[in-house]
Unconditional design. Structure first.
Lengths: 335, 335
């Protein structure tokens, strides 16, 4: 059988529940942004890990080593942010082909270090080894959070507003710019930057986790059409999403017109935005928005509502039910 | 600059101390078998991670997927054993090229699961993704141990006996059998098995960690000529090692004669034995050996002594000072 017939999640389902009997009370295994393990009376450690493979997740000649170092850590910090946790420790495994120079690796570590320093996350260990031909990077990050501040994918409630912390689709558009070798206008440069140097929403995640009105939370790595489905599956709820409410940057709107891209498709199924996707008790939204703006000088965007019913997304455009590509990003999708 | 000019440890030295200022009291970063982080008043978590790359760490056609699944976890459990810790949680990142089938992956997970089950270590998360052409596997394991039972590489004392838990060189000989396509006689089969299905010394590590007479401890992954140097560097001590005391299996002795291999070179610099290397207060050795035999029906082997002086190994054969290849295993060694 070919992996693309069952996909990444189909493969994981084949073995994930085998380990259930070794998982103790208060521990959480496969299925959320991070695994969860209690460490004392009040706190949990949360753990995430991400593998970045050359020519799959990045094209070595298109991203600078500093940017790659940043991104390798950033995508993991985003999972920590999704748990509302404080990042505490990182681990880096790197498989290095013979054509990669020490200068390249030094520059990679410069980017990795700069983001580590921002959140005071020490690199505690890892593995440095040879690889046959492609650069291979695996990062794991451990975070810490209060047991009383856990926001799992399963916590969405009927009537909740579905919210995101920022623009969607920029990163996917940036990937389009890279893959099509488009001219690096200031607009396109911004989009590529969003793809190569994502900023994990650590402080926002930690703040949102403390708010009682916030229920389910996760980060957007595959696009909301795929990621929101994880919340709906875990919470056994359905959702309405309003495409006209998706926050889309002016840069993406302009680039979409110039290049004949569908900005809604990029914003809903594009992936790698690393914004937070969360649900909020509707009656508390206004006060949440007000306090969020005070703290972060930015706003929260409402994109839909959680409904009763089996896990699926109904898409609307100005009140009219529409159908959009719901697949999100799947590494093993049939082509 | 080429990585092979400075090697794995030379590269790590270029950035490791940059992170020191973020590392808090009681935490331990790069430099031992595991990183160490306190989780409550009495206990530490310890964390290790290992990357296995196709055609560098394994040849896909030479090792069965079940064996590869076992080994991917085993090499990490061995680092946990070296800290005297109990393994608690594992994480698996796997980069899968398109030619690898679901059946292959199922078999890989069967091997991974069997070893997980033995020590009741749940797979808590990871990352499943595509890779361009080679199979890439990264495993991370978290263990737990008492703060009062830590055995770091830095804890060797003058006069300590240097000990190992089992035969050395079998794994390296097994690799020779594989690389030279030697006939799979029962003897050679045993050696290949030791290379492909190493058994981490988890129970032995946890038991040794509780003994006050045990000081420094680590696992043997690169060969004692390299690994013992880590203890000597960290403890600022020198060592005498007696080659006639190195525990060498009859299978290796016989295969060495047939194939004109040097068994002492394989046992001292071969690597991937995954036995424990530790130092013991000399006056307590006899009672330690007696109790160890009672518990494990095996014996501890003394191979040398810790001496005062700068970090170096003096090698002896029946009392006569000799010179042997001291490089151990270095992925980036100049050829």
């Amino acid at each position: 059988m070919d992996l693309k017939d069952i996909g990444e999640f189909g493969f994981i389902k084949r073995f994930a529940n085998k380990f259930d009997s070794f998982i103790k009370e208060e521990e959480l295994g496969i299925g959320d942004d991070c695994a969860v393990m209690p460490i004392n009376e009040t706190d949990n450690f949360v753990v995430t890990t991400d593998l970045l493979n050359e020519d799959i997740h990045f094209i070595k000649d298109k991203i600078s080593p500093e940017e790659l170092g940043h991104k390798s850590l950033a995508v993991n910090l985003s999972d920590i942010a999704a748990m509302g946790a404080e990042p505490k420790f990182s681990f880096l495994s790197i498989g290095i082909p013979s054509h990669v120079s020490v200068e390249y690796l030094d520059a990679f570590m410069t980017g990795f270090y700069a983001l580590s320093e921002k959140y005071k996350v020490p690199l505690m260990g890892g593995d440095t080894t040879k690889s046959a031909d492609k650069l291979t990077i695996n990062v794991a990050v451990i975070g810490q959070c209060k047991k009383t501040e856990m926001h799992l994918r399963s916590m969405a409630k009927e009537g909740d507003l579905i919210c995101v912390t920022g623009f969607l689709g920029d990163s996917a558009a940036g990937l389009n710019v890279i893959l099509n070798d488009l001219e690096l206008s200031p607009e396109n440069k911004y989009l590529v930057q969003k793809h190569h140097v994502p900023e994990p929403r650590i402080n926002e995640g930690m703040w949102l986790a403390k708010q009682k009105s916030v229920h389910a939370m996760m980060d957007i790595s595959d696009g909301i059409s795929s990621d929101l489905m994880h919340i709906l599956d875990a919470s056994a709820k359905s959702a309405h999403v309003h495409t006209e409410k998706l926050p889309i940057s002016n840069s993406l709107r302009n680039a979409a017109i110039k290049n004949n891209w569908d900005p809604v498709e990029l914003a809903s199924a594009g992936g790698e935005d690393y914004e937070l996707l969360f649900t909020v008790d509707a009656k508390n939204f206004d006060s949440l928005q007000k306090e969020y703006k005070t703290h972060f000088s930015e706003e929260i965007f409402i994109i839909g509502e959680i409904k009763q019913g089996q896990a699926e997304i109904s898409w609307f455009n100005n009140g009219k039910n529409i159908i959009i590509n719901k697949n999100g990003f799947n590494h093993f999708a049939k082509s």
